[in-house]
Write a protein that binds this ligand. Structure first.
Ligand code: FAD
Ligand code: SF4
Length: 512
């Protein structure tokens, strides 16, 4: 055998670095479904079905090109059930001249590959994953010497480099950011758009049946499975989004509505993260919609900012700061994750909806992840490991490089301000402003204390008081701390007691 080339479940791209210069006659591509990956996190059933169905479809695609694929199924009796052990078995069986890997998306696997390379009898080449717009060296150069790493400045740099939405050396429309126009609440009269989903084909149905039987006790339902598993399906979802949905993306970007999981969001994170869509190509096509006058600038800029800005930025942070980042707990959060995060059995209408749709669709949009479940976990003081575990389990697009900086960074401030400049802590008023949840909720969003008051309100001030030492000097929190400082010591102690009672009632207890 010439080269043995490994393709992981999130590396399903035709242009993958590790598949370049492939010799279809002599080389073998290895793809392996292993328990090590399906089980290291107890992923949502839809996530497992999605990745395995995507892998099988990609192996078939390579096969059509005449490439030899060594495809190891989960139930293969010879399967050693870990990526590295399957690599070793393939080397033993095929005796390749060399092994070619594309760098994985997680620190854990990168370490395992380093150890494998040191032991392997054949030379091992690990290629940089260049499916990102900003490579490691470029991010390091950008970060070097900066006191603070802020997405906004990173984003501007990448806009300049790519020329996306630029007018000469100025941003299109004279501003880098149209966020102020993208915070509209959904009017009751508006019809939400119907969304293109991908009903499973026969091959995917077979995977779904296998997942149902083998991973029955994992979180989530399989009935609503609608994720693209092939390049063609991903392209169809993107094309539908660009044509029908993108024009409304900006206006309703931060809005939430009960029983409306998708609204005007792209539903493309799973496809991007698995390699079925290319991020730069997606941005260029969104820009083309603006240039052709089919979508307004606030929508297109808002959308491009998510991919060119946030997605690239968090990936840069992950690799810059790992592995230390993976253990950060700046607020010393130590509570258990309340059970209702899994069961959805809570009277908090906003949380119940987020959990219910996570169960049915393995999806929640950004504001639900940030301002409902993330905000609540932070106010409760849930340990970051438990928060990470929840996000990794419940969402079909969860991979550590993107999940962790969002969760430990943006949502819970466990990183102490590397990703975000302040904790996104908010009382119920924010959720009330951006959604229709509170009207039908058992709790009173206007009340501040007592068992009937919105738990976000009961927790908010106590959270600030509890973390006074760590957060007091944050300039972006000057206002709420000034408010707190106007209150007497007794009043502040009462706020802490109120929050403690709410934590206990909601089940955010100290483990053990
Ligand atoms: P849209 O709203 O249509 O956005 C378009 C695309 O922009 C997304 O597909 C995604 O690729 C990218 N994007 C948007 N926001 C972010 C962001 N903050 N970071 C990185 N990329 C972004 N995204 C994941 O892909 N995997 C995760 O595990 C994940 N965990 C998250 C955890 C928390 C606490 C938070 C606050 C956000 C998380 N996100 C994660 C980011 C974001 O919520 C999802 O990418 C988005 O909801 C996916 O749905 P969409 O494709 O409809 O996105
Ligand atoms: Fe959520 Fe509070 Fe509103 Fe209920 S009142 S929906 S808990 S924000």
């Amino acid at each position: 055998t010439g080269a043995l080339r490994l393709v992981l479940g999130d590396q399903l791209s035709d242009g993958l670095a590790g598949l370049r210069d492939l010799d279809a006659v002599r080389d073998v591509v290895l793809m392996a479904e292993v328990e090590g990956e399906t089980g290291y996190v107890r992923h949502h059933k839809q996530k497992i079905a999605l990745v395995l169905a995507g892998m099988r479809a990609f192996a078939a695609r390579l096969g059509e090109r005449g490439v030899t694929v060594r495809y190891v199924r989960l139930d293969d009796p010879d399967n050693r059930q870990s990526i590295v052990d399957e690599l070793a078995r393939a080397v033993e069986d095929l005796d390749p001249e060399r092994v070619i890997l594309t760098e994985p998306g997680e620190w854990r696997l990168a370490e395992a590959f380093r150890a494998f390379a040191a032991e392997c009898v054949a030379p091992v080449e690990v290629r940089e994953d260049d499916r990102f717009i900003c490579g490691h060296a470029m991010f390091q150069r950008w970060a070097e010497g900066r006191r603070q790493l802020r997405m906004e400045f990173f984003y501007r740099e990448i806009r300049r480099r790519t020329g996306l939405l630029m007018d000469g050396d100025q941003p299109e429309g004279g501003r880098w950011n149209f966020d102020a126009e993208n915070r509209k609440r959904l009017p009751a009269s508006i019809d939400t758009p119907s969304r293109l989903r991908c009903p499973p084909d026969e091959a995917t149905r077979a995977v779904i049946a296998m997942v149902q039987a083998r991973f029955e006790d994992h979180f989530g339902d399989l009935d609503g499975f609608g994720w693209p598993v092939t390049h063609d399906q991903a392209e169809a979802v993107l094309a539908d989004f660009l044509k029908h949905i993108l024009p409304g993306f900006g206006d309703w970007q931060d809005a939430m509505a009960e029983d409306e999981p998708f609204l005007w969001h792209g539903l493309i994170s799973t496809a991007l993260n698995m390699g079925l869509l290319d991020p730069l190509a997606v941005c260029r096509r969104a820009e083309a919609e603006y240039r052709a006058g089919r979508a307004p600038l606030n929508a297109v800029e808002g959308f491009i900012r998510q991919i060119l800005g946030w997605r690239e930025f968090v990936r840069g942070i992950y690799w810059l700061k790992a592995p230390e980042y993976l253990r950060r707990n700046h607020l010393d959060a130590d509570r258990a994750l309340p059970w209702f995060f899994w069961s959805g059995e809570t009277d908090m209408a906003c949380v119940a909806d987020a959990v219910t749709q996570a169960r049915s669709h393995a999806y929640a949009h950004h504001i639900q992840r940030l301002m409902v479940t993330g905000n609540l976990a932070m106010l409760l003081g849930v340990h970051p490991d438990a928060v990470d575990d929840w996000y990794m389990v419940v969402f079909a697009d969860a991979y550590e490089w993107v999940e962790m900086p969002n969760t430990r960074g943006m949502a819970t401030f466990a990183d102490g301000g590397i990703v975000g400049s302040k904790p996104y802590a908010a009382s119920g008023a924010y959720i009330d402003r951006m959604s229709d949840y509170c009207g039908g909720c058992a709790f009173d969003v206007k009340a501040r204390s007592g068992p009937g008051a919105c738990p976000f309100n009961r927790l908010y001030w106590g959270f600030l008081e509890r973390n006074r030492e760590r957060l007091r000097d944050n300039p972006r929190l000057a206002m709420p701390y000034r408010t707190l400082d106007r209150w007497s010591e007794d009043q502040r102690a009462a706020l802490v007691r109120e929050a403690e009672e709410a934590r206990a009632e909601l089940g955010a207890v100290k483990p053990g």
